[in-house]
Design a protein around this ligand. Sequence first.
Ligand SMILES: Cc1cc2nc3c(=O)[nH]c(=O)nc-3n(C[C@H](O)[C@H](O)[C@H](O)COP(=O)(O)O)c2cc1C
Length: 471
Amino acid sequence: MASLTVRQLDERIKKRLRLRAARNGRSVEDEVRTILREAAEPSGNEAAEPPAPPSATSARRAHPAPAAGVKRVLLIVGGGIAAYKSLDLIRRLKERGLAVRCILTKAAEHFVTPLSAGAIVGERVFTDLFDAASEFDVGHIRLARDADLIVVAPATADLMAKMAGGHADDLATAVLLATNAKILLAPAMNPRMWSHKATQRNLAQLAADGVALVGPNEGEMAEAGERGLGRMAEPLEIAAAVERLLAGAVQTLKGKRVLITSGPTHEPIDPVRYIANRSSGKQGHAIAAAASAAGAEVVLVSGPVNLPDPHGVSVVHVETARDMLQAVERALPADVAIFAAAVADWRVANAGEQKIKKKPGQRTPDLPLIENPDILATIAQRKAQRPELVIGFAAETENVAANAKDKLARKGCDWILANDVSPQTGIMGGDRNTIQLVTAAGIEAWPPQSKEDVAAMLIARIADRINGDKA
Ligand SMILES: Cc1cc2nc3c(=O)[nH]c(=O)nc-3n(C[C@H](O)[C@H](O)[C@H](O)COP(=O)(O)O)c2cc1C
């Protein structure tokens, strides 16, 4: 067998390969392997043929074991209006070469039928905990153990509550309790159900239990005229999250220590008022989760955000820019440092020790500002303990690429991820991001995508760089 290394390829191909790999959340080597595997597979139109619906007898047959190396995904469909999208999700997962099994909850059967789901899966779907055929054949323990990843889509408020409480009174919840596999939830519900304290409490519990999340997104609800946070992530987004989680097992950053900052800083005016910005922390937290999934030891220094701490990450909570710098310096040494926090450039020179009072006839208070420490430049220009790779973010509202190039040179960091945070982009605080990666080699435009996908692309690029493909 001939062997080939990526370095032998010409620059243009290497660049396209890198972009493709990053887009798919893989290392460049994995991407090359995937391309070769696809090219070597037999051509023909078998894949295009729709799977035959399960016959009465085949419906009772055990699921044939997937070929060696094929990852197995168990999809649990909950009883929400978005259940119809799960049929498309099954197709998307199968397109990616994954073996899919499916459980419908009783409520899900009101939205999609076992027949339609079974026709797309290509085998029977599972519905009952007390099913004699299923118990002797593939009972709940077997379903739980046979999966590399369990996806719950749509994850209804009810299913999330049952999971958080450890219930096991139907097949779906019994499997979820009996599994050791990673679980990915794609919540879908009315925005008021989503923001309800009980759902948020359950969500925090599930995050603490290590359950991964994709979505929900903001947008139109099924109910006429309703809009808000609660729409299920699109099947393609869920499929990308599945690939990421399954690839996470590759542990491309094992043995590396990664330091990440996230969120805004709050700069006090007095004990009750502060200067802040609109950063939500979603991008920095997604990067921390992706780095941890890739096997890195992660320290996340977070400003005040409304997000749960990512699973498996050591989180230091801070308020001000000065606290953030101190926490960052304490967290060194690190192999990689990623500064995604929106650190306030200025703070009030003499923040009041007492609440500033409004008095009739008195002038409005003068609030002179002074500069905050520049955390990115401080770490990038360190002589001792400078991380091997220092990455900054540039949030710009105009001349994005030019300003980012200038920032790269000024700060002395290695890469800048530039994004346009003008209000019309919805990036600041939103779920999606459009990045331009600025390095000494030039500027690379990444496609618009979820912040989780940006995180996966970035981690794949970092892994390539620090594991040897320095190009
Ligand atoms: C038309 C209709 C649509 C529904 N859509 C949702 C939904 O999108 N999300 C949700 O959490 N519950 C929704 N529900 C409520 C769930 O169906 C109900 O809580 C059910 O018990 C959930 O069952 P599960 O735990 O099997 O998912 C809906 C109910 C109806 C009647």
